[in-house]
Design a protein around this ligand. Sequence first.
Ligand SMILES: [Fe+2]
Length: 388
Amino acid sequence: MWYFVAPKVVFGQDALSHLAELKGRSAFIVTDKNIVSLGFVDKVREQLSQAGIQTAVFDEIESDPSLQTVQKGVAVMNQYGPDLVVAVGGGSVMDAAKAMRVQYERPDIKPEEINPFISDLGLGAKCKLVCVTTTSGTGAEATFAIILTDTADQRKLSLINREVVPDIAIVDPELARVMPPQITADTGMDALTHAVEGYTCAWKNDFADGLCIKAIQIVFKYLSRAVKNGNDMEARERMHNAGCIGGIGFINALSSMAHAAGHSLGALFHVPHGRAVGMFLPYTIEYIGEAREELWAEIAYAIKLEVPEGKRAATVLAQAIRGLAREINQPLSIEQMGISLDSFNKAMEKLVDNVMSDGSLIVSARIPSVAESEKFFNYTYEGKSIDF
Ligand SMILES: [Fe+2]
């Protein structure tokens, strides 16, 4: 028995106006200061006021949100007592909002205790969650995963429970228009990594496969256009869709080794999530290699890559991903991220520790030993293709 879970998705131009059709008394808007200064929160409040819904704003979400920030937000939310939570922002904002909503509805469960085995969170009785995404790729508007940072322990927490999925995802490309090229590139690589990992991990399934393949095709066709010209609204809209489609695809299968490695590096060196997982993706494809050769070939076929006689599809696909990354100025190695060899070596033990204990690694089609993990990180530092 398995489940396929997704929010109601409202997408395309003017999707934001769906907020004016919501029913409710008061909405707690979770966001960050940058989103406020872009005027998006005003737009959201305008729509909600048309529906007769009062609003309060909590704009203190930082990137890589911490447990402490979530707790602070919940304290404010408890005083306000909303029946709607509206997250407006990227992955960090939406993940923090998901965690805050759980604690608001279930004060007996701490955010760090959320796990797949809690069978009845009973969410929705006290409030509904609406996620308005301003970036194209995290898929957080449609997933039931929450990534928080435990600052005390320098560790990222991947918290998963099906009930955490937002009730409504709003995917309006107009909100992605002002995204700077770097964030477009980072989050776009996140979308690609979700889709490739969802399609090839151990828990892949028929329901998720089509979504993952579609997201991969869109990213390969439109990501570099969206990075190079933010006003290319066709590319913006398709990438905004791809982020959400890839999110629904991967969360109903799971992400795997590139995410495990990316979480590990990100927690220690504060590399943006999408940039980290996207950099690791081709290396993990090479590492997993034969265990998924048929699936790499299927992906290659879907994006019209030619696999020459005698060459492995894993190699061809990994190189194509590096080609795309190069086109949009993404780093191809840990060294290119500006991390010194000295600090990398000092962090190695923790890097390996983190990756081996990351939940995403369990579903990788090939799981490294501790020694292989260390070797893997050394290769990715130098930018050397995996050959073991
Ligand atoms: Fe991701």
